[in-house]
Ligand binder design. Structure first.
Ligand code: CUK
Ligand code: CUA
Length: 643
């Protein structure tokens, strides 16, 4: 049997196999029993024993789907971009779908020696002077206009260092990073859909005392956290809302009136054990027009040194609505038809469906109890974390503990909630293993097209060749275009993406630059300095001495730098500015300075610069690190440092 035949046969087996379903799988029953025992404990305590127990069955039940190259042949382009979080790496990755090929990495919070992120002056201006190393990047989301992707920006959170960053989609480069005041650990992040982005909403997850200067460490009354709205155009903070509980994930509606956030620790505890007592926590709904009005009328306070207006949205406020939601809810996902937002129960086997229309009625005083906005609460399985949509009325929820994706019908769940006898579960598909987020193609916009679903699985176990004790995650591609979900591909990924968005290529077509615009603001400050030095960057290669500061300007054109050597004195502060005057697409140069920890990339028509102190005398070669020409290896020069 050829490899090809084997693959197709494998695919057929996957589609029809009983392992597809929750109850009758080859290893299904025994595994469910295992999981049943320690479900809550597994979630709370990461459950390593639990996972070990399911290994043998899982290995047998390996689903062998069609390979991605069956969908995207070599040389063919993908239909979708996947914008992937890089998790602890602090970067964003760009994949093609359905091939799952990694196309690019965009450094955000972490240094990156390939392009010199954290080394070049241009990147340091974005990162700030004393940026903490690294970040924990969970949620990349693309700006929208009227509920549709407009392809301007990607916004991302940094949980580790309480920041939010923006990536320009035209150059796929980070252009702004801001710190969020009055907060610790920015987690959930989503964009305002209507009328446009507009606001970027983000959740500070950890409650800390305010002011957090050591005077109150253990007084729960002093602990709180905030919901933040950032102006996505200026990257200034518009306002914050004081809340009860710990905020987790967030999403916005399709009318521009509301944002929602899942919220745990209704117990007001300051320790982990206290967090999980209550059967219900909340989904918090933020009434944006009312909050804006309160800010406008001065009904806010400021905290500490920050000037950001903070309105009080704790219980009793008319700016917010706390919908009781079981239990420590996690994912928060608005449906693309604009009708509902769904909170994923995490420690409860349920998802809670909240109707925006009922939220309207509640704020208008027509509904009495906050629970009246709930229109369904389907029981789905163990550990529901996140939900994606196909635009045809179906929802796809990841079940962390069950290691499954469950497809269910929203309308049927609503009917069942009203007491009708209907089965809202459509299918349960094993994924490998322990999924966190999932995402569907165009699924967080009005254009949800129901073609692809990706399940971001935290554990790969034995799915790949072993590469040491640290295993890659396993992001699995699932075809959801038909009645039944079909597992198509496994994709190992470096740890650990939390979230992604899948965007049709038409959104970016014609918007992503192939070479730099010489007028790009990304290096405008460097250009301005050159002008003050009387330098035309596209033409001149020259050394300017300004006291102990030396500015070295050179062009790069394959396979030559504009300067074969330059001379400085020990202790000089040297700035090397390189302008790539090649205009051929894909012809990047590098500038690497031996034994100085300097490397940077200069793509066609880009200017990059780096500043360092020439503290090591002698000869230091600089050379090109991007293979640009048959004589690339000859592309070099000497920095001569006089003692
Ligand atoms: S979170 Cu990681 S699996 Cu940060 Cu969106 Cu749910
Ligand atoms: Cu320029 Cu290699």
């Amino acid at each position: 049997m050829s490899e090809q035949d084997d693959r197709i046969e494998g695919a057929a087996r996957t589609e029809g196999a009983p392992q597809d379903d929750a109850e009758g799988g080859r290893c299904g029953l025994s595994r469910r029993k295992f999981l049943g025992v320690g479900a809550a404990a597994g979630l709370a305590g990461a459950g390593s024993g639990l996972l070990g127990a399911m290994l043998p069955g899982a290995a047998n039940a390996r689903a062998r789907g069609r390979a991605p190259e069956d969908y995207v042949a070599p040389g063919q382009l993908d239909e979708y971009y996947g914008i992937w979080s890089g998790g602890q790496s602090g970067e964003v990755r760009i994949l093609g779908l359905p091939s799952m090929r990694e196309l690019m990495r965009v450094p955000v919070f972490q240094p990156d020696f390939t392009i010199g992120w954290g080394i070049t002056n241009e990147s340091k201006r974005v990162l700030g002077p004393n940026f903490p190393m690294g970040g924990d990047l969970h949620h990349p989301h693309v700006s929208q206009t009227d509920g549709r992707y407009d392809g301007r920006y990607i916004f991302v959170n940094d949980k580790a260092n309480t920041r939010v960053a923006r990536i320009r989609c035209d150059i796929m480069r980070t252009d702004r990073i801001i710190e969020i005041p009055n907060a610790q650990a920015i987690h959930g992040l989503r964009v305002q859909r209507v009328p446009r982005t507009g606001y970027v909403f983000c959740n500070a997850e950890f409650r800390v005392p305010h002011p957090n200067d050591g005077r109150d460490l253990d007084d729960p009354k002093k602990y709180f956290t905030v919901f933040t709205a950032i102006d996505g155009d200026t990257m200034k903070i518009a306002w914050q809302v004081l809340v009860d509980g710990n905020l987790d994930n967030t999403d916005a509606d399709y009318s521009g009136k509301y944002a929602a956030a899942t919220c745990y620790n209704s117990e007001d505890a300051v320790t982990l054990a206290g967090f999980m007592r209550n059967e219900r926590d909340w989904t918090v709904i933020f009434n944006i027009p009312r909050i804006e009005k309160a800010v406008k009328e001065g009904r806010y306070r400021t905290i500490g040194e920050s000037k950001v207006p903070v309105v009080d949205g704790r219980h009793g406020s008319d700016l917010t609505l706390y919908v009781p939601t079981p239990k420590s809810p996690h994912g928060c996902n608005a449906t693309p038809d604009g009708k509902y937002v769904i909170a994923n129960g995490k420690l409860s086997p349920t998802c809670t469906v909240i109707s925006w229309e009922k939220v309207d009625q509640y704020f208008a005083g027509k509904l009495k109890h906050p629970r009246d906005v709930v229109v369904a609460e389907p029981e789905l399985g163990l550990g529901p974390l996140h939900t994606a949509y196909d635009g045809r009325g179906n929802a796809y929820t990841t079940l962390f503990i069950d290691s499954q994706v469950v497809k269910w019908n929203i309308n049927d769940a609503i009917r069942a909630f009203r007491g009708e006898k209907v089965n809202y579960i459509r299918q349960k598909l094993d994924v490998n293993f322990q999924p966190g987020h999932n995402h569907s193609s165009m699924g967080e916009t009005r254009d949800a097209d129901g073609k692809w679903l990706v399940s971001l699985n935290k554990f790969s176990k034995d799915r790949f060749l072993h590469v040491g004790p640290l295993h890659p995650d396993n992001d699995q591609l699932i075809d959801i275009s038909g009645e039944r979900m079909k597992l198509v591909a496994d994709a190992p990924v470096y740890c650990e993406p939390h979230d992604c968005v899948i965007i049709h290529r038409r959104v970016f077509d014609g918007k992503v630059r192939r070479i730099w615009d010489r007028k790009d603001p990304f290096f405008a400050e460097t250009v301005a300095q050159a002008k003050r030095d009387g330098i035309v960057l596209e033409r001149d290669s020259k050394v300017i001495r300004d006291g102990r500061k030396v500015r070295v300007y050179m062009t790069s054109a394959a396979p030559l730098y504009g300067l074969k050597e330059f001379k400085v004195r020990k202790g000089d502060e040297v700035t090397v500015t390189v302008t790539n005057i090649d205009k051929i697409e894909d012809l990047s140069h590098g500038f690497c300075l031996a034994n100085y920890g300097v490397n940077m990339e200069i793509s066609p028509h880009e200017t990059s610069s780096v500043t360092f102190v020439a503290d090591k005398p002698g000869v230091h070669w600089y050379y090109c690190t991007f293979f640009c020409h048959a004589l690339h290896l000859e592309m070099r020069g000497r920095m001569l440092v006089e003692a």
